[in-house]
Design a protein around this ligand. Sequence first.
Ligand code: NAG
Ligand code: NAG
Ligand code: NAG
Length: 802
Amino acid sequence: MENAGFSARCLLFGLSSFFLLVQTSDGDISYSIPEERNVGYVIGNLAKDLGLNAKTLSVRNTRLDVDDERKRYCDIDLKTGDLTVADRIDRERLCGLKSLCVLKYEVILENPLELRRISIEITDINDNSPVFANDVVKLEITESAAKGARFAVNEARDADIGDNRVQEYKLQENNYFSFLFHKTPGQETYGELVLEKELDREKEQELRLLLTARDGGNPPKSGSVVIHVTVLDANDNSPVFSQSVYEVKLPEDTSIGTTITRVSAIDADEGANGKVTYGFAHLSEDMLEMFTLESETGNLILSANVDYERQTTYELKVECKDGAGLASFAKVVIDIDDVNDNVPTIQLKSLNNPIPENTQPGSEVGIINVQDRDSGKNRQINCIIQGNVPFVLKPSIKNYFSIVTTDELDRELISSYNLTITATDEGTPPLSSSKTVQMSVSDVNDNAPVFEKQKYNAFVTENNRPGTSISSVTASDPDWMQNGTVLYTLVPTVVHGIPVSSFISVNADSGVIHAVRSFDYEKFRNFNVQVIARDNGSPPLSSNVTVSVFITDENDNSPQILYPAPDEKSLMTEMVPKAALSGSLVSKVIAVDADSGQNSWLSYQIVKSTDPGLFIIGLHSGEIRALRDITESDSMKQNLVVLVKDNGHPSLSATCSVYLLISDNLSEVPELKDMANEESNSKLTFYLIIALVLVSTFFLTFIILIVAVKFCQRRKPRLLFDGAVTIPSAYLPPNYAEVEGAGTLRSSYNYDGYLTTGSRTSDFKFITSYNDSTLNASGALKQNPDDSNIISLFDSGDSQEV
Ligand SMILES: *[C@@H]1O[C@H](CO)[C@@H](O)[C@H](O)[C@H]1NC(C)=O
Ligand SMILES: *[C@@H]1O[C@H](CO)[C@@H](O)[C@H](O)[C@H]1NC(C)=O
Ligand SMILES: *[C@@H]1O[C@H](CO)[C@@H](O)[C@H](O)[C@H]1NC(C)=O
């Protein structure tokens, strides 16, 4: 191994390479190509040899695993699946004199991660000629040398191997020497000049012979050297090395300047002829830089750092020479000892990043490769992931480790991990290195939105403005981006037969609930709606919540007086028996209020009466009772104005007039006319009235005449008020459930009608009875809405406010 040009790196792991080759598994794919092929040369179809198609190679991101430090000689063409030459492959540079030169690569395929090994044997071509170290070889031989004496000649070197190496030497025809070439297989080759005939200095002082070396290539190549033999006097002796081979062991961390060994030779001659000097015989440039041989002392000194990882052994040919120029050769073999001087290296070969949070425990998410360029124990590596993370390393093939999850991941808890991978070798002291890999966890839509409350209540006061916001719902979803974006919608249900969307709406983004219409507490008081919160994932997740909407009352309804009927202005007159005693019930005002609670609490009071001391009204019952016994002196007609008020803030009220007639008999009413307090301010009206009275008088007289012809019959009083009032059910608004003090008015309640005068509109109405049917009839008669007091039995002059 004299050629220092072969670096161990290029020897592809040196000895271990050979070792690996021996343990080549069946799965390996082997190729063999000659060196020096052009770039792009197809070594073989990798896809086919892996049993895959080219497309799969590309999909699985197939690549050759090449150390950063190493040169890439091959490539995979993902289009065709071919393995091609990527750079010049010079076998001599890669492997030197090694008989087997193999490039080894690992092919990495992802999804699933898979590692296949390929080996490419590089075969030799005869691209190097034999080369002698010098152009001239000088030999000095004494004339006394015996026939058959041998003289070593530095052989020619050929960088090729096998048959392409030097196979034969040819010495130019001469009388004295022949050339002997020793090439026993497995041993060093060397050449010797053999003296065939004694020399005679007197005849010939020097000889020049051409030696040609020829390799066994096809075609063969050759190189030659001139051997210059000088014939010396008989008394000269060659120096002789103390050993033919010096063997030294050198730790790789030996410092520069250290004396590696000392070579020494002895020369039997005296004086200048016996003075020995040392030198290298045949050494390449870079080896000359590494070693220095002191010519006087024979000390071999290290002049550059050695590296076990680059080269493990060195062979140096050394030469000693005496003053007369006689020389001999010896060999120094230096074995470099490994020292743990390389830290392990960690390479990330593949990483699924980010990994989805629903990755199953035990899934392989990445692959790393660790290397240590030392050997033996120094390259045994232990590799772990530090810290409390749900990832471990699992040893895979050779120096590969898989990064495997050990637990379930939850992006909402931890969204990324820093994995610190530490590799430690087993040297003493151990060396270690670490690498941090950032691993992100990507989102999966695994969380449904969650409402902040289990149930929401919304209160809205009736008569609200449409569009008022009445409440808002909020749901949160911890997922990422659209998977965590919450949209709100209403469940399309039906409330009171109406789609809920016409009552309220929910803002899809904000969850604010708006009233779509104005609510009326008197129509309904509460309803439930369901709001769905849905995220934007695919598929989306959702949850729902019930929102109860309560409509609160507002005092928006005035009391409504049912009795006496307010609209009719009013033909109702209560008969009060003359003998009514103090405390007897004479009438009852019945009113209701559509509001509820305080807003519907009604109170009654008399605000105006003909005789203030005569009647009293129950504050809450509305019952009108005599305050004292009725006497003869009391006026026959009594008018009361009753105010009905609710308890709202502010309160609303209504008034009505109650007409009472103290009499046992209708015929006893003499001054009916007076009771109608006519204040006609229109002359026209006045004249019309006179005209009408005349016509009416005439008409009445006519009727009375006809009646008198038949028979004359006195009418009995038909109405006796007994304190009980029955309200015709048709009076009640349809929705009223409660009627305060639901009393009883006799349905056979009957009034007699009297002709009376109207207002300036001068309408005449003639009504004979006041019951259910006549009420309708009078409604029909009333054509002009301005006719507020057309027909009235007793017109007190108080207008009713409702
Ligand atoms: C991971 O390392 C980066 C950079 O050193 C740092 O910013 C980040 O906070 C680390 N993350 C965790 C989860 O520790
Ligand atoms: C949302 O979740 C789905 C799986 O459910 C995932 O494929 C997607 O990448 C997620 N989106 C984001 C923005 O993380
Ligand atoms: C509301 O949620 C319950 C369970 O949480 C579910 O059973 C129901 O179907 C949901 N309703 C709607 C309208 O989505």
